[in-house]
Design a protein around this ligand. Structure first.
Ligand code: FES
Length: 154
């Protein structure tokens, strides 16, 4: 009898571990679906004063899921702040790199390029312009949106 219970315990342990692993995958999948459910803004979004993004810097607008950088006076580029790996929103910018808190991907905030995986696809560019001293972004902002307007959605 005791010879049979040991293998059975092993099988049960394996089933419990497999179940736990399955829950982890399910949670990650749910997160991914939620993350990808938010499209890029299709209508103009006013991000507030352009002075909030000084020359040579970038700012994360986490609520709007947008990163804006200012590489030169009067020139702005914007990208989705939603990670291309599984859809998490980037949580901070450190030394020009946008950080994804979920699995550690990092992106160049001036180009959107992947600097560190697991993400392999750059952040999508979003048109942006300064109008009346305010930053307006979104795919409906017009054709004079600078380099960002040449992104995949342009
Ligand atoms: S969601 Fe996985 S690294 Fe960003």
């Amino acid at each position: 009898m005791s010879g049979q219970s040991a293998p059975r315990r092993t099988v049960l342990k394996g089933a419990v571990l497999a179940g736990a692993a399955g829950l982890g995958v399910a949670a990650c999948s749910t997160e991914s679906k939620l993350g990808h459910a938010k499209p890029l803004p299709s209508t103009p979004v006013n991000l507030g004063t352009a002075d909030a993004v000084p020359v040579g810097s970038a700012k994360l607008y986490r609520e709007q899921r947008i990163i804006v950088s200012c590489p030169a006076e009067g020139k702005y580029t914007a990208f989705s702040a939603q990670c291309t790996h599984a859809g998490c929103v980037l949580d901070k910018i450190v030394e020009g790199e946008g950080n994804c808190p979920c699995h550690g991907s990092r992106f160049d905030v001036t180009t959107g390029e992947v600097l560190q995986g697991p993400a392999t696809v750059p952040l999508p560019a979003i048109p942006v312009r300064a109008e009346g001293g305010e930053l307006i972004t979104g795919t409906g902002t017009g054709k004079d949106a600078g380099a960002a307007s040449e992104g995949p959605n342009a």
